[in-house]
Design a protein around this ligand. Structure first.
Ligand code: AMP
Ligand code: GLY
Length: 424
């Protein structure tokens, strides 16, 4: 089977690593890929947003399965275009991907189908939004409707701050058209976790639990990022809670989308806020999490290719996923300055030494190759991912490996996985 993976981050490196292990795969390509991915796949220089270019490549190379990593091509309708040409592709259609690309759509769907989520209202008019903010007690969360590169969600501690943020988004259009509509919702307390399931639009298969670390600094301080590290399993999601999340969130959401005439195929990602036995959906994403994919795929024992192919083709039959018992921890190393401005082209040494530490893979995200050397080229640069018998062992191994990477130009959190320890 010839497989094409779309994307260039740590998640896509993990996908390529995992897919390359499948005995079903004869050729693996990645567009555009990165230097880490090039160990497993032939990287082709086509942008993730160049849907027609990707389609031409898939047709010319007679690709049997295309796997989409990031949200942007999904929101642009890549799956619809490939389907029109009878090419197998893993991911939801544009209409189904609105679950991520429109927060207004996603919140209204949750409300209509009784899926637990924060109390909210949606607005297209600034004055209406301000009146609502004046009635509801802060803290509040203001969310631009559309995709805003992870920056469109702002937690506001006071009424004044919320009004300023609404002004920025709705009148000054700091996120462009993404701010034509907004969601304003209650602030939720608790512990965040990520819940993933594969679905063909009917059957829903959960993955094991995981948790991301969105904030830049230790103790969850500082600005939000794309994710500074992840681990699996996440003990905050007990097996009982996992069952309830399937019954109250994942299965009803897949059914709801089918009923709305937008059947969802692919991987469904619910970002949850958990408070004891109670939980609410913060957001849905229509793709795998980054960096959650790195530890989750390291723990997956089953071949992933038959699952991805079945979903892109005739649907799941009786596929079951087997998982390794070990825990996995991924520590993200980012460019200093991220999520703000940062320098590019700085050398990185020691990746091989880090991988010699044991059961460790250094997934590349924002790297490039210059004169045969690996240099930084993005915000999140590496995802150092380790397997250990327990979460503490995986944490120790991941940090031992991180210590072998010459990290003058790189920053990382020192407390990835620490939240899990209180449950052990
Ligand atoms: P979202 O893209 O909607 O998940 O929001 C990004 C991040 O903002 C989440 O991962 C949370 O850390 C935070 N967040 C979003 N909505 C809320 C909320 N209602 N209460 C507390 N934090 C939130
Ligand atoms: N880990 C956060 C995300 O993938 O959106």
């Amino acid at each position: 089977m010839k497989v094409l993976v779309i994307g260039s981050g740590g998640r896509e490196h993990a996908f390529c690593w995992k897919i390359s292990k499948s005995p079903l795969v004869t050729s693996l390509y990645c567009a555009p890929g990165n230097p880490g991915i090039s160990k497993y796949a032939e990287c082709v220089d086509i942008k993730v947003s160049d849907i027609e270019g990707l389609l031409r490549f898939a047709r010319a190379e007679e690709i049997d399965l295309t796997v989409v990593g990031p949200e942007q091509p999904l929101a642009l309708g890549i799956v619809d275009r490939f389907n029109e040409e009878n090419l197998n592709i893993f991911g939801p259609t544009q209409a189904a991907a609105e679950l991520e690309s429109s927060k207004v759509f996603s919140k209204n769907l949750m409300k209509k189908y009784n899926i637990p989520t924060a109390f909210y209202s949606t607005f297209t008019n600034f004055d209406d939004a301000v009146s609502w903010v004046k009635e509801v007690k802060p803290p509040l969360v203001v969310k631009a409707d559309g995709l805003a590169a992870g920056k469109g969600v702002i937690i506001c501690q006071s009424e004044k701050e919320a009004i300023e943020v609404l002004d920025d988004i709705m009148r000054r259009k700091i996120f462009g058209d993404s701010g034509d509509s907004v969601v304003v919702e209650e602030f939720l307390q608790g512990e965040e976790a990520s819940f993933f399931a594969f679905t063909d639009g009917e059957k829903v298969i959960p993955l094991v639990s995981s948790q991301d670390h969105k904030a830049l600094l230790d103790e969850d301080k500082g600005p939000n990022t794309g994710g500074m590290g992840a681990y699996s399993p996440a003990p905050v999601i007990t097996p009982e809670l996992s069952k309830i999340i399937m019954e109250r969130v994942m299965v009803p959401t897949v059914k709801a989308l089918a009923r709305e005439g937008r059947p969802y195929k692919g991987i469904l990602y619910a970002g949850l806020m958990i408070n004891g036995d109670d939980f609410k959906v913060l957001e849905f994403n229509c793709r795998f999490g980054d960096p959650e994919a790195q530890p989750l795929l390291m723990r997956m024992r089953s071949d992933i290719v038959p699952i991805l192919y079945a979903i892109s083709d005739k649907g799941l039959t009786d596929e079951e996923i087997e998982w390794r018992d070990e825990a996995s921890v991924c520590v993200v190393m980012s460019s200093r300055g991220y999520p703000g401005d940062y320098k590019k082209g700085l050398p990185i040494e020691g990746i091989d030494k880090a991988e010699d530490t044991g059961d460790v893979i250094v997934f590349h995200a924002g790297t490039a190759e210059e004169d045969g050397k690996i240099v930084t080229s993005g915000g999140r640069v590496l995802g150092v991912t380790a397997l250990g018998n327990t979460i503490p062992e995986a944490i120790n191994l991941a940090y031992e490996a991180v210590g072998k990477i010459d990290s003058d130009s790189l920053y990382y959190r020192k407390d990835i996985g620490k939240k899990a320890l209180k449950y052990i």
